[in-house]
Design a protein around this ligand. Structure first.
Ligand SMILES: Cc1cc2nc3c(=O)[nH]c(=O)nc-3n(C[C@H](O)[C@H](O)[C@H](O)COP(=O)(O)O)c2cc1C
Length: 163
């Protein structure tokens, strides 16, 4: 019998994940963005990453057709940005805190990292689409990243001694 969504999300809540804001600009110049924890490294040669986007999201058409997108990996003090880019029916860019970054795409200046990607492929991922991005440019900042686990935001601070 198939695992129910509530059972899966309960188990997956134990998996710490990054918090990113993924952005693009369409042909008319309109900016699009959404908060994503599904961001993941895929390949080094060639440099590929993935991010999964709900097929029903208002941003879906924009991202599956976009030539380029930018992933801003949020810093520990950007939980408010994460919530804003997950909100529905609002202008997520109205706060004015995104600026043109790598490849001219709108990004968060205080991000822990940014990766500008060209669309390599869009794969079937059940009720999500898997955006495969070829990384064209990166920025690595010094801020601690924001993480999401147990349905809450957290800041990873303690490096454990190993060995
Ligand atoms: C911490 C967090 C992580 C999220 N991760 C994803 C994700 O990886 N993929 C996704 O499609 N939506 C994710 N969402 C939800 C989207 O940000 C957004 O709320 C959803 O696409 C609905 O947006 P819409 O109003 O544009 O349809 C996440 C939301 C939060 C708060």
């Amino acid at each position: 019998m198939a695992v129910e969504p509530a059972e899966l999300t309960r188990a997956m809540a134990r998996v710490p994940s990054p918090v990113t804001v993924v952005t693009t600009v369409d042909a008319s110049g309109k900016r699009w963005g959404f908060t994503a924890s599904s961001f993941c490294s895929l390949s080094l040669r060639p440099p590929l990453v993935t991010v999964c986007l709900d097929r029903t999201a208002s941003t879906h058409t924009a991202f599956v057709t976009a030539d380029m997108f930018l992933v801003s990996v949020l810093a520990h003090d950007q939980a408010d940005v994460a919530l804003r880019f997950a909100g529905s029916g609002t202008d997520r860019f109205a706060a004015g805190d995104t600026v043109p970054c790598e490849e001219g795409l709108p990004g968060l200046p205080g991000a822990a990292a940014r990766l500008a990607c060209a669309r390599q492929a869009v794969l079937d991922g059940g009720d999500h689409s898997i955006l495969v991005g070829r990384v064209e440019r990166t920025f690595t900042g010094g801020a601690d990243p924001l993480v999401h686990w147990d349905r809450a935001f957290a800041r990873p601070t303690t490096a454990l001694p190993v060995g």
